[in-house]
Design a protein around this ligand. Sequence first.
Ligand code: V0D
Length: 251
Amino acid sequence: MLQKISHWMKKEEQTTEISLENIPKHVAIIMDGNGRWAKKRSLPRIAGHSAGMKAVKEVTRVADDLGVKILTLYAFSTENWKRPKEEVEFLMKLPQEYLKTELEELVEKNVQVRLLGSEEGLPEHTLNALKEARERTKDNTGLILNFALNYGSRAEIAQMVQGISRDVLSGNISVDQIDEKLIDQYLLTKGLEDPDLLIRTKEIRLSNFMLWQIAYSELWFTDVYWPDFSREHFIEAILEYQRRVRRYGSV
Ligand code: V0D
């Protein structure tokens, strides 16, 4: 299936073809610029969030088509609770809305839906939708679609330190056993490979996202608003990733 797909991009008078041997295994995306996309069109911010959901659907499809193994999407940070109540309430309905139209296709395509973040504080209706998606896709072996929701990297790191400290105090592990591999086991991303490629739309900063996990990731930033992000942009990011990886390989 994978071998049949080929993508070309015209860049600087040069046509480049995606190499299917060198697709990043784990792509993580910070989806930014939804509110500003709406403002530019004199629409309420929530219209930008709805439009952003279309981009989520498109990117999930192209990632799956290209054979990406893990796609992590930063949908809601622990900081986002500070937004106006109406906006937060609207955002919390998006998982249900997304799953209402997409879950069948995800099940059919063998996609596994996962959650990265704290379930604490999420409304019951949101949590129920997420749990249903997780339950119905838990045995799937295809693309892992990882929604970072109510996620913050420093909180994740603090929890990791608490977890390790508890296991040291109870005698389960000794202090000299604490190394990078052990730390991985206490993070929310336990069992997942680190991102090979991090994409962020609109801003050039990390904003408390996967700080430990992106130590060696390629970073790709674009000035495109998230609702305008399409399969072409995703392919552009992958082509740039492949160019960089090839360059390292040659020295
Ligand atoms: C708004 C742009 C899909 C970014 C995309 C709760 C911000 C649209 C989901 C989603 C959001 C989450 C979990 C799940 C299925 C879908 C989503 C939120 C925001 C915040 F299992 N899009 N999306 N969740 N936006």
